[in-house]
Design a protein around this ligand. Structure first.
Ligand code: PEP
Length: 252
């Protein structure tokens, strides 16, 4: 079975101590994940070693970065490289979140470079794509997401693409409490898998496609039960232990 992933995105929330408490509360429940299931925690950079230390020896739990540099190393003050992440054993990195695209001018070309940096270091990119409301309103979401994927990912080899996780996050549903319906999510996930299949063939069947956008304890089962939805990238609800635990339990 394809990997199913519950990915927490803490964004720029929680103090270090609150982060410790949240992870401890989640780990205390000791949810035994199945072989194909994964819980991933994208935490702020200063918390990565703490998270890695807590999660590191727990099977199918992993810490993730929320971003990395598009450059390999050098005079880039304030940046963090994929090599640095790898040197502390980080295996996942969220790339191209819509907040980074909007507030930090990330674009498809720089995201292609960031994806390359991660792949070179054996870090799985969780590559975010998704349309704003203005695009959804004119029913152009499929071509919008297709351009994001083509410009950032479709030059990679089938071997490289098989190491990527995609997160479809309609921007109008992020942090708004307005979730895509299960049908809307499934339609877009099927479209993304179709694009991957047209370009890469069978490998498309093994690529996890996560849904993100107001995933909550109350809607995770319905969303995750869609055939092409392989879990979620979760913002707000990942900050509450009980909610994220419910979301983890909703994985197929
Ligand atoms: C996100 O951070 O990627 C996200 C989808 O946020 P929220 O779950 O709060 O909508």
């Amino acid at each position: 079975m394809r990997k199913q992933i519950a990915a927490a995105n803490w964004k720029m929330n929680l103090t270090y101590q609150q982060g410790e408490e949240l992870l401890d509360a989640i780990l205390k429940e000791n949810i035994e994940l199945k072989e194909h299931q994964q819980a991933v925690f994208a935490v702020p950079f200063p918390y990565l070693i703490m998270a890695q230390t807590r999660l590191g020896n727990k099977k199918n739990y992993a810490a993730a970065a929320q971003n990395c540099s598009d450059q390999p190393a050098g005079a880039y003050t304030g940046e963090v490289s994929a090599e640095m992440l790898r040197s502390i054993n980080i295996r996942y990195c969220v790339l191209g979140h819509s907040e980074r695209r909007e507030y930090f001018s990330e674009h498809n070309q720089s995201l292609a470079a960031k994806t390359q940096r991660c792949l070179e270091r054996g870090i799985t990119p969780i590559f975010c794509c998704g349309e704003p409301l203005s695009i959804r309103e004119v029913d152009a979401q499929e071509s919008f997401v297709e351009a994001q994927l083509k410009e950032s990912l479709f030059h990679f080899s089938p071997e490289d693409i098989s190491k990527i996780v995609i997160a479809y996050e309609p921007i109008w549903a992020i942090g708004t409490g307005k979730t895509a319906s299960a049908q809307q999510a499934q339609e877009m996930h099927a479209c993304i898998r179709g694009l991957l299949k047209a370009k890469y063939g069978q490998v498309a069947d093994s690529i996890p496609i996560l849904y993100g956008g107001s995933v909550k304890a109350g809607n995770a089962v319905e969303l995750f039960s869609c055939p092409d939805v392989d879990g979620g990238l979760v913002g707000g609800a990942s900050l509450v232990a009980a909610d994220f635990l419910t979301i983890m339990r909703a994985l197929k």
